[in-house]
Design a binder for this molecule. Structure first.
Ligand SMILES: Nc1ncnc2c1ncn2[C@@H]1O[C@H](COP(=O)(O)OP(=O)(O)OP(=O)(O)O)[C@@H](O)[C@H]1O
Length: 598
């Protein structure tokens, strides 16, 4: 990510686009076409604003007209009432947009998915009626021809194009900065899986609020500029559904989740809709809406993530065809004997473990769902550098226990002591920040990102700077044996590679304890052996592992200590070779056939 090459490429692309834009502006035959080019810039910026919140974080907004309209009214009313120059009015509109973003975000981020999208719809509609009620049905820009530079009232439309180009370059720059920093990575993680993001130490609420503030600021500023271009502002012209829809559609059409999407979308859709409106507007009023409607249908059918990603996927497929696949270099570990028990139990290790330092102490932990006691009064300790296996029949409460230990559920009672502090009930991100990482049962790769960027998402929590995060991510890839494949795109990784990548993501946060939820699920026997080798190597570097796994054979090869749950309660705990001989464990979990084999 954030390397010099990517910054240079962005700068070169911005430079080339600016040259093309300027050439078009100066070749444009009349004012009409110049105005159209200015509008391309306006909607590209508005699309970028939408993309910063919705494209990166996945929180779809139908309400960006609220920020746009507030910006428009800020500029025009401050000029009408206070004679304030738009050069100050525009930054003021950005501040108003940012503040509005935070005010909207605070209550609305409590909602998820469709509920968030629908709630966002309400804000511009409410503002539309509020501004009408306040008597601002039609506010005209006061003419100040005596000082066109101070009041941004130029007779040459090309100057507006230059201003919008400068704002577009700034918006692209800001958006790229976000995209390639921990800000964008955090938003992408939220988009993929908000809970997993929390578990990776990302303070999701904080990043979402930052995103809506930046997004609102950009929308407010460009709304203010639109007011100057439009000369007359009415509530429907800035707060309408079409305004929000246009921001959304240029981004969706061009490519969601990338800064170039809105630029591509606006460059195609705005000239098309404006030209059709000019040519056919008399016979087909509302033709612009039709263009945007058709665009959205086409994009859903042909390229659901937009033109940018479609083209990129096609180019990548061609490149992959031309160059032989660079297979993954899996970690060089000796496959462990498939035959269990005998060679796994090393008494010396166990004695050493017993003498080790206690890193985690679970005291009388309980979690109930209504009347159901999913975890009941569970107590055990975890020794540093060891692997603790949590086992038990289906519904025994293993996942619930994991979720309480990771902060996804607050316990009904009990304590979890880590480094002298009771961490039970803290947020997942706060627990992760203290050095406790987690992987999930279902691997969740960010398919558009490289392996390195996927891992980087988890690295920010343990790093003060982006450079430190990058170093940690590379080291984590090294630990799991994926360092040679770091620039491969995550889409198309094998199940084993996805698991290793997810493990590296958790490791990149430099955890002292790692919770692994069925990390071996879906792997073949050779892969299981390889993964066991990787995990054992990790504990040699001092990491403590707590793992849920259904495959008993693998658990016996891995764990130094078993905690057995049944009906939410601790059935027995101890050394694996002792635990598997316990009649209660055989009865409740292993079954009679196990006794016959043992
Ligand atoms: N969010 C929830 N709301 C209500 N009941 C729940 C919830 N989560 C788990 N349970 C119940 O708590 C009990 C323990 O479930 P849990 O998923 O922790 O068991 P488990 O040992 O992980 O099972 P498995 O091995 O099948 O994953 C089950 O009876 C389950 O139905």
């Amino acid at each position: 990510m954030n390397d010099q090459k990517s910054t240079r490429n962005t700068m070169v692309t911005i430079g080339l686009l600016s040259l093309v834009y300027l050439a078009l502006v100066f070749m444009a035959p009349d004012r009409y076409y110049q105005l159209m080019l200015a509008l391309v810039g306006v909607w590209a910026i508005m699309g970028i604003s939408w993309n910063i919140l919705s494209g990166y974080s996945g929180l779809v907004s139908f309400g960006h007209a609220a920020f746009f309209g507030l910006g428009a009214y800020t500029v025009i009313l401050s000029l009408v009432h206070f004679d304030l120059t738009p050069w100050i009015g525009l930054p003021l509109a950005a501040v108003v947009g940012a503040v509005a973003g935070i005010i909207v975000g605070l209550p609305t981020f409590r909602l998820r998915g469709h509920y968030f999208a629908l709630a966002m719809l309400a804000y511009p509609l409410a503002l539309l009626y509020v501004f009408e009620w306040m008597g601002y049905q039609e506010v005209a820009l006061p003419m100040k021809r005596e000082n066109p530079i101070l009041y941004m009232q130029f007779s040459d439309t090309r100057i507006y194009c230059l201003i919008v180009l400068a704002m577009l370059v700034a918006a692209i720059y800001i958006s790229r900065k976000i995209e390639t920093s921990r800000f964008g990575m955090s938003l992408l993680a939220i988009k993929q899986n908000e809970l997993a993001a929390e578990a990776a130490g990302i303070e999701t609420r904080k990043w979402k609020l930052r995103a809506i503030a930046v997004s609102g600021a950009i929308a407010g500023m460009i709304g203010g500029f639109y007011a100057i271009l439009l000369i007359v502002v009415t509530p429907p012209s800035v707060f309408s559904m079409l305004t929000s829809a246009q921001a959304l559609i240029v981004a969706l059409f061009g490519g969601i989740g990338t800064v170039w999407g809105p630029v591509i979308g606006a460059s195609i859709l705005i000239p098309l809709s404006e030209t059709l409106h000019a040519e056919l507007g008399n016979v087909l009023p509302g033709i612009q809406g039709v263009v945007f409607g058709v665009a959205i249908v086409l994009v859903i059918l042909l390229a659901p993530e937009g033109i940018y990603w479609k083209v990129r996927d096609l180019l990548r497929k061609r490149t992959n065809r031309d160059t032989p696949a660079n297979g993954p270099a899996l970690p060089n570990v000796e496959p462990l004997a498939n035959n269990l028990v005998s060679d796994v139990f090393k008494v010396e290790d166990m004695e050493e473990a017993a003498a080790g330092k206690i890193i985690l102490e679970v005291r009388n932990l309980s979690k109930s769902f209504g009347g159901l006691k999913a975890v009941q009064d569970v107590s055990f300790t975890v020794t540093e550098g060891r692997i603790v296996g949590i086992i038990g029949p289906n519904g025994a409460g293993k996942t619930t226990l994991f979720n309480v230990l990771n902060g996804f559920y607050a316990p009904s009672s009990g304590e979890v002591i880590y480094e002298g502090e009771n961490i039970a009930g803290l947020q997942p991100s706060a627990i992760c920040k203290r050095g406790i990482g987690r992987t999930f049962q279902v691997a969740r790769p960010f398919t558009r990102l490289s392996i390195l960027d996927n891992v980087l998402v988890g690295a920010f929590v343990g790093a003060d700077t982006d450079a430190e995060a990058l170093t940690n991510a590379r080291q984590a890839l090294d630990l799991v044996g994926l360092e040679n494949n770091h620039d491969r795109i995550a889409d198309g990784l094998t199940g084993m590679e996805q698991r290793l990548m997810e493990l590296a993501r958790a490791l990149a946060g430099r955890p002292r304890i790692l919770f692994l939820d069925e990390i071996l699920a879906g792997l073949g026997s050779t892969e299981v052996a390889e993964m066991i080798g990787v995990l054992k190597r990790l504990t040699k570097s001092g990491i403590t592992i707590i793992i849920i796994e259904h495959t008993m054979q693998a658990m016996l090869q891995l764990a130094d200590h078993f905690v057995v749950l049944d009906h939410g309660a601790l059935l027995v705990e101890g050394r694996p070779q002792d635990v598997i001989r316990e009649p209660a464990v055989i009865e409740a979990y292993l079954g009679k056939r196990w006794r016959e084999r043992a």
